[in-house]
Ligand binder design. Structure first.
Ligand SMILES: Nc1ncnc2c1ncn2[C@@H]1O[C@H](COP(=O)(O)OP(=O)(O)OP(=O)(O)O)[C@@H](O)[C@H]1O
Length: 254
């Protein structure tokens, strides 16, 4: 198993945000993390990345407790793109994507030609190579999002954790990103709000509600009108179009 959690729980100020979650992510698969606002998706991603320690329960990477690994050890195999990847300095796009190489470089060692090649390749993959010499602060929201994902790809991760990666992206870039994610051998867990994109691109879906797993499995098993009514409070029709599920929303339930 690539990423696994057993009873992962995170509590703050008496509030249980992530509540006893047990999931197992098969290597190479793409898992979509769904659920309404505030259901615990971002917090669970932070627990999976080891950036936040569990209050109880464990998160393992290939069977090793992520809490026992150093930040550098985790960063050599796992990349994260969260919702607020900001920076204080005024780096260029090349600098930002180059950050992805840091875990692979010896301390204080200069960038190698192979580092530069990986940066270039990652920039091309996310269609950001024309932006490499621009200052990151001058980019649009969608351009920044693509640069952050290029930075994560430059880490050459085994596991990739993405928090709403299609946020800010236009339709074409959304599809390109998801096609790229499913084409890579990387194990990916991503929080998504668009249920149709999740159905089209994820091998498996995990639906959270109030910090707990409400349903998990294939899109066909998970995205039922009953679940959408119960978890999201919407009336919807779910249609199978040539093997891909399509959710059509009718109205918000009172
Ligand atoms: N550090 C914190 N202190 C207090 N409450 C927190 C903290 N972090 C998260 N929460 C709360 O926990 C709940 C889950 O937050 P989280 O960001 O994980 O949800 P989410 O499913 O990613 O939401 P969204 O879809 O809106 O991004 C929310 O009610 C949030 O306000």
């Amino acid at each position: 198993m690539s990423i696994q959690t057993r009873g992962a729980t995170w509590t703050t100020r008496g509030k249980v945000v992530v509540d006893g979650i047990s999931i197992a992510v098969e290597p190479g698969t793409t898992v979509g993390l769904l659920g309404p606002n505030g259901s615990g998706k971002s917090t669970l991603l932070r627990l999976l990345s080891g950036l936040r320690g569990t209050t109880s329960g464990v998160v393992t990477l290939d069977g090793t407790d992520v809490g026992g690994l150093s930040r550098r050890q985790v960063a050599r195999r796992l990349a994260v793109v969260d919702q607020e990847s900001t920076t204080d300095a005024d780096p260029t796009v090349r600098d930002v994507i180059g950050l992805g190489r840091l875990p692979h470089r010896a301390p204080w060692s200069p960038e190698s030609s192979s580092d530069r090649e990986v940066v270039q390749r990652s920039a091309v993959a996310m269609r950001t190579d024309h932006l490499l010499d621009r200052h990151y602060a001058t980019l649009s929201g969608g351009e920044r999002q693509r640069v952050q994902i290029a930075r994560a790809l430059a880490q050459e991760p085994t596991e990739l954790l993405l928090d709403e990666p299609t946020n800010h992206l236009d339709v074409r870039h959304q599809l390109e990103l998801l096609e790229l994610v499913v084409a890579t051998p990387t194990t990916t867990v991503m929080a998504l709000h668009d249920l149709n994109l999740a159905a089209a691109y994820c091998d498996e879906l995990v639906v959270l509600a109030d910090g707990r797993v409400r349903a998990s499995g294939t899109a066909a098993a998970v995205l039922t009108p009953e679940l959408l009514a119960e978890v999201y409070g919407v009336e919807a029709v779910v249609e199978d179009r040539d093997g891909t599920l399509h959710v059509r929303y009718l109205r918000a339930l009172p």
